[in-house]
Design a protein around this ligand. Structure first.
Ligand code: NAP
Ligand code: HSE
Length: 440
């Protein structure tokens, strides 16, 4: 649909919320630099919303109109590219499918859709020879999609670890530094436009997991089914664990990680991937990523370690990434949607989560009595787990917190050892246990 000429690129925008509003603003504020960079204007023609009468944070440019009928956007022959910023799965999928059928290019920030139904969409875009770009869908303003898809393609990616959800990081940072309650910090993140329409996507780890699926696809060229990913969020993390982790010199962060694992069959790369809250040593760069900031640490065989850091959410940071994608479309770039030449991406070979090895932070509530520590370490030793550090805090009533860090062990051994402690009646309540990141 795009023309090899100086004619403006005509855009149909779906969604005029946080990111859509940011894009409408940027298209006007950066019009001069856009023209200089791509040699043509970008003209916003229609904006799809649910409610025409709602107050908007940005003003539409002259000639652009609000519409509520999706077909008026997807079927408009003058529109070259659909920018999908409505979020969610079903409506967004219908919109993109129809727009591809009508020969439009696509720019989207919708990680949920691309993680869960991306394979079909990439396939369709390839068949139709259309561009499908999604820089804003992972880590907001950080250009990590393009880095993996283009700049780092001469490398083999060995591991990738990141803080990919701004809302969770904002909540954890506020709880750690300002002693803010979980719910208050979440409300603030919602007011600032960081949270998803359904914030459980943020705090239960699913948003970070969606982004991780996209990064795995970009880094390894494989399909890692969303349902196969191990996902745990920050809901229920207590101020006590955040405080105790600090005493050991750690910060608790929501981590998304994928790494190549040893021991696969010949020529087969096995991947260990998941989202989980973890203790990060306070001197590591990841521990210092605060507020709504995101970060991605990539370990590549030629480049070594790379660290990307920036705003992971919010109107302008995210809209800037969307606009960068639009400029790529305006330049008539050839589609390079997945970064791999495969027509169909092969399925990932997955390491089961119980085989993952890690050091652990464990907090148990126990009776302050002789022999308790001995019995506890007996349960650990029975599963081959060795304790590295132990502290016991004074407490009242129901028991005292006893905290220990372990040497490296498997998730299975940790689960079985904690089951032993429950079965033996040592614990007043189930243990809290979190992975401790090492060496990063
Ligand atoms: P938002 O503020 O909730 O805005 C959504 C917009 O889409 C609203 O204008 C809404 O219309 C419109 N909309 C929703 N469903 C629609 C439907 N069925 N038909 C027509 N219009 C519909 O969302 P957002 O925060 O901008 O997020 C948009 C997308 O960007 C999501 O995929 C999100 O995951 C992604 N993203 C967001 C951020 C961020 O910082 N917020 C960062 C990266 C990626 P009304 O205004 O009329 O209700
Ligand atoms: N809700 C997401 C976050 C928006 O908090 O990171 C950016 O994708």
């Amino acid at each position: 649909m795009t023309r090899n000429s100086d004619a403006p690129l005509v855009v149909g925008l779906a969604g005029f919320g946080t990111v859509g509003g940011g894009l409408v603003r940027l298209l006007q504020e950066n019009a001069d630099i856009i023209k200089r960079r791509v040699g043509r204007d970008i003209r916003l023609k229609k904006v799809l919303v649910r409610t025409i009468t709602k107050a908007r944070a940005a003003q539409l440019p002259p000639g652009a109109t609000l519409v509520t009928d999706p077909r008026s956007l997807t079927d408009d022959p003058e529109i070259d590219v659909l920018v999908e910023l409505i979020g969610g799965i079903d409506h967004a999928r219908d919109l993109i499918d129809r727009a591809l059928d009508q020969g439009k290019h696509i720019v989207t920030a919708n990680k949920a859709l691309l993680a869960e139904e991306g394979l079909e969409l990439f396939h369709k875009a390839a068949r139709k020879k259309r561009i499908l770009r999604y820089e804003a869908s992972v880590a907001g303003a950080i250009p990590v999609v393009e880095a993996l898809k283009a700049s780092l393609t001469g490398n083999r990616i060995q591991s990738l670890m990141g803080i990919l959800n701004g809302t969770s990081n904002y909540i954890l940072s506020e709880m750690t530094s300002n002693g803010m309650e979980f719910d208050v910090a979440l409300q603030q993140a919602q007011r600032l436009g960081y949270a998803e329409a359904d914030p459980s996507l943020d705090i239960d780890g699913h948003d970070a997991a969606h982004k991780l699926i996209l990064l795995i696809r970009l880094a390894y060229g494989v399909h890692y089914p969303y349902t196969a990913l191990s996902v745990r969020g920050i809901r229920g993390l207590s101020a006590m664990d955040i405080r105790l982790a600090r005493e050991f010199g750690y910060r608790i962060k929501l981590i998304a990680q994928v790494r190549e694992a040893l021991g696969g069959e010949k020529d087969q790369v096995r991947l260990e991937a998941g989202v989980f809250p973890a203790l990060v040593y306070h001197k590591y760069l990841l521990a210092r990523v605060g507020g709504v900031y995101n970060a991605v640490r990539v370990e590549a065989n030629a480049a070594g370690a790379l660290f990307f850091h920036g705003r992971g959410a919010g109107d302008l940071p995210t809209a800037g990434a969307v606009l960068g994608d639009l400029l790529a479309v305006a330049r008539d770039e050839r589609p390079n949607n997945t970064g791999f030449a495969d027509k169909v991406l092969p399925k990932a070979c997955i390491v089961p989560p119980e085989e993952w090895r890690s050091c652990y932070y464990v907090r148990v509530m126990v009776q302050d009595a002789p022999g308790v520590l001995r019995d506890l370490s007996g349960c650990m030793a029975a599963e081959g787990i060795s304790m590295a550090q132990v502290i016991q805090k004074s407490g009242e009533g129901q028991g005292v917190p006893l905290v220990f860090m372990t040497h490296e062990t498997s998730a299975r051994a940790m689960r079985d050892a904690l089951q032993r402690t429950m079965d033996s009646g040592l614990l007043k309540e189930p243990a809290v246990y979190l992975r401790v990141l090492g060496g990063e």
